[in-house]
Design a protein around this ligand. Structure first.
Ligand code: SF4
Length: 73
């Protein structure tokens, strides 16, 4: 799975990085940064899927969604 970040909607409060620190860090303004260098679509390991679903559900701007990884992961 990949976690898509809609940067036009995100307002950078950093909640997602708190809920999913293994996948997301924060820049100096609180906007999420993919730790794997995956830009707007960092990969989510299967073991963290539940945490990613929680981050999607709790994003106050509905700026996150889970996508199937084209590579099938
Ligand atoms: S929780 Fe949503 S609005 Fe907040 S930083 Fe993450 S993507 Fe942006």
């Amino acid at each position: 799975m990949r976690l898509h970040i809609d940067r036009t909607t995100c307002d950078g409060r950093g909640l997602c990085a708190e809920l999913l620190p293994e996948v997301l860090g924060e820049d100096d303004w609180g906007y999420p940064l993919a730790r794997d260098g995956g830009g707007n679509d960092p990969r989510v390991p299967a073991a963290l899927r539940g945490h990613a679903e929680r981050a999607v559900a709790q994003c106050p701007r509905l700026a996150l969604r889970l996508l199937a990884d084209p590579a099938g992961h």
